[in-house]
Ligand binder design. Structure first.
Ligand code: PMP
Length: 313
């Protein structure tokens, strides 16, 4: 069973889904995408898609910003996603990439009077950051795009040039990931992750007004911390040096899960090990995303109605 895509309103093997080189989104970054995880549960032989509805609600908002007409409701998008995953037949963790884009094969930078299209692909994703050992970060010399430049609330492809500049700079300097400040000098987020820190037992994370992407994992962590650990999260602007002095710092994201940050700008965070709160949140989070915690099953959509016959991986 080859991996499948939903492309031009039909399901087809991923290898057959191609776009033309004049496609508007390729030239101008005029697309809106999502990253959704399917998490494999071995005991139940089931793939659970995590908070798929919330991802598509964010995509609908992004499409309004980019004037992209999404021809499907959130519920329809969820159903299409389940079908693509089911057809692909993976029995391991998967990463789902839906994209709504300006599909017109037309030169000319604008958002209006252009055709749109939508696709979904399913893939596996190699480990993104080291969630077990933790990562070393630097403060990026690149600043996070401002809402007055490209709306940070949308997961817009063009924004990711900003992320790519920061990530490559960090890697070339020998760090695992970058932390971007916004234009005011406040901490915004990682190149593809939100950021949290623990200070005197409280969780702190930058607010939406600091040009973060409102992460689904960010919201998950805030709910788990409140409901399961009795820890409230304070959303407030954070200065660079506040991170240096935090007891624990971690990233959250669909790709990054919960990734402990052990060092920033050559300064160890806390005692340099993975912190207690981070560890506890990781434990809870993995239980929840794999459909192993009955209290949060409403976040998990099973992909298989019956056992898929062919196995990948
Ligand atoms: N910020 C950016 C820039 C991202 O690309 C992502 C990944 N989607 C996140 C934060 C985390 O968002 P989420 O938890 O919804 O994956």
């Amino acid at each position: 069973m080859p991996p499948y895509a939903f492309f031009r309103k039909q399901f087809m093997p991923l290898a057959e889904a191609k776009i033309g080189i004049l496609t508007h989104a390729l030239h101008y970054g005029t697309a809106c995408f999502e990253g959704i995880r399917g998490n494999w549960n071995d005991e139940q032989e089931q793939l659970f898609l995590f908070r798929v509805k919330d991802h598509y609600e964010r995509m609908h908002k992004g499409c309004r910003i980019l004037k992209i007409k999404l021809p499907h409701s959130v519920d329809e998008l969820c159903q299409l996603t389940v079908k693509v995953v089911e057809k692909s037949g993976y029995h391991e963790d998967v990463y789902i990439r839906p994209m709504a884009y300006k599909s017109a094969e037309a030169i000319g930078v604008r958002l209006h009077n252009l055709e749109d299209d939508f696709f979904i692909i399913v893939a596996t994703l190699p480990a993104y950051l080291d969630i077990d050992k933790g990562v070393r970060c630097c403060t990026s010399s690149w600043r996070r795009v401002d809402d007055t430049m490209i709306p940070a609330r949308g997961k817009i492809t063009g924004i990711y040039v900003n992320s790519a500049l920061a990530k490559t700079e960090a890697n070339e300097l020998g760090f695992d990931e970058a932390i971007l400040l916004n234009h005011d000098g406040h901490v915004s987020e990682g190149s593809g992750e939100n950021i949290f820190f623990v200070l005197e037992g409280k969780l702190v994370t930058p607010p939406s007004s600091d040009n973060i992407l409102m992460g689904v994992t960010r919201d998950t962590v805030m709910q788990l911390a409140r409901n399961e650990l009795g820890i409230e999260t304070v959303e407030m602007s954070v200065d660079r040096t506040e991170l240096y002095l935090a007891d624990e710092v971690f990233f959250t994201g669909t790709a990054a899960h919960i990734t402990p940050i052990l060092e920033i700008d050559h300064r160890p965070i806390g005692n340099g090990d993975i912190g207690k709160v981070t560890k506890e949140l990781q434990r809870l989070y993995f239980e929840v995303i794999k459909g192993k915690n009955s209290k949060y099953l409403h976040w998990c959509t099973p992909a298989y109605s019956k056992l898929a016959k062919t196995r990948h991986g």
